[in-house]
Design a protein around this ligand. Structure first.
Ligand SMILES: Nc1nc2c(ncn2[C@@H]2O[C@H](COP(=O)(O)OP(=O)(O)OP(=O)(O)O)[C@@H](O)[C@H]2O)c(=O)[nH]1
Ligand SMILES: [Mg+2]
Length: 331
């Protein structure tokens, strides 16, 4: 393998050529574009712009839950289901967001090992993303990868994220169908409620049903649902799985299908969901742009030094300083 040296920018011609190769389904081109986008290489966005009219066809399924709840194992089983358990087989894209949080050490390697059988399957494209430091960076990178996979013509895109931060929750919320994975034990449920991921579930999966307390977790969830105030047109089903053994996977796939039917049965409902996703993506890009522009402006602005001096000398408070600076940029 040759060592990769990234070009500082992608020329409009190169971006157009890359987009053409992606739309013809070339795997290496797709991988390259994803990398360029993730590295924020100037000019790479042009390729996405060219691909935009081709997107919007893939069925996006988000899978979230606490660290170690079995999301990757479930994803892996769903890939197997869609590749071998349905006719005709579906082509699959996977975005696995590996949090750089301390409790997930080794998860990246784990994912790779488990999904290894699928790596040789040209109908499956797996992309791991690391959590980025910048605000909204994760959302944007994930959205970008989804767009590329969609433009490649993947039938279905599975997005795995740990449901611990707002970024991750937003990602899954905007998928067509959101699956929340829980495991037996009240502790996990309490955490999940705290993180607010229960409200976003279209489907609940109680994984590790081979463990004690699975029935209890299911009945706790049912009870929680019955306490819900608002009448809902879709009552999220609660399914049990043993992902390591592939048990309950077909039922999960059926529930995903049923949820899609539910959305599609009312064109307005489907449109609303698609709109939410478009709005989320738009907002993410806008925030990213504003943060970047502001960063550049601040770095170049010598007046910042003067302002800081005034803050130190208590001639000015930081709130007023921020308002003044923003007003100047906006004006
Ligand atoms: N007993 C049991 N173990 C399981 C089951 N599903 C997954 N596991 C195990 O749980 C561990 C974590 O599984 P993963 O699929 O990596 O979980 P994850 O949610 O993707 O983990 P992170 O990505 O690190 O948050 C692994 O050791 C799996 O083998 C199950 O149904 N039963
Ligand atoms: Mg995982």
């Amino acid at each position: 393998m040759s060592t990769r040296t990234l070009p500082p920018t992608l020329t409009p011609d190169a971006a157009a050529a890359l987009a053409l190769r992606v739309r013809s389904g070339e795997l290496r081109a797709a991988a390259r574009l994803m990398r360029l986008l993730d590295d924020r290489v100037p000019g790479a966005e042009a390729a996405l712009k060219a691909l935009h009219p081709l997107t919007g066809h893939a069925r996006v399924v988000g899978i979230t839950g606490n660290p170690g709840s079995g999301k990757s194992t479930l994803t892996d089983q769903l890939i197997a289901h869609y590749r071998r358990g349905v006719t005709p087989p579906e082509t699959i894209g996977v975005v696995a967001v590996d949090p750089s949080s301390p409790y997930s050490g080794g998860a990246i390697l784990g994912d790779r090992i488990r999904m290894m059988d699928h790596a040789a399957d040209p109908g499956v494209f797996i992309r791991s993303l690391a959590t980025r430091g910048q605000l909204g960076g994760l959302s944007r990178s994930t959205d970008d990868v989804i767009q590329v996979l969609d433009a490649m013509g993947k039938d279905r895109i599975l997005v795995e994220t740990v449901g611990v931060g707002q970024d991750e929750i937003d990602i899954v919320k905007t998928a067509e169908t959101a699956i929340v994975v829980l495991v037996p034990g009240l502790g996990d449920d309490v955490q999940a409620i705290k993180a607010g991921i229960l409200e976003i579930a279209d489907i609940f999966v109680v994984n590790k049903a081979d463990r004690d307390g699975a029935l209890r977790t299911v009945s706790d969830l049912k009870q929680m649902q019955s306490l819900g105030q608002k009448p809902r047109t879709w009552e999220p089903p609660i399914l049990s799985t043993v992902a390591t053994r592939g048990e309950g996977i077909a039922a999960v796939a059926e529930a995903i299908e049923a949820h899609r039917q539910h959305l599609a049965s009312d064109p307005e409902r489907l449109a609303r969901r698609q709109r939410e996703r478009a709005a989320h993506r738009f907002r993410t890009i806008l925030m990213d742009r504003v943060a970047q522009r502001l960063g550049v402006l601040l770095a170049e602005d010598a007046r910042l030094e003067t302002l800081c001096d005034r803050l130190v000398h208590r001639e000015l408070d930081p709130y007023t300083a921020a308002d003044e600076l923003l007003a100047r940029f906006a004006g």
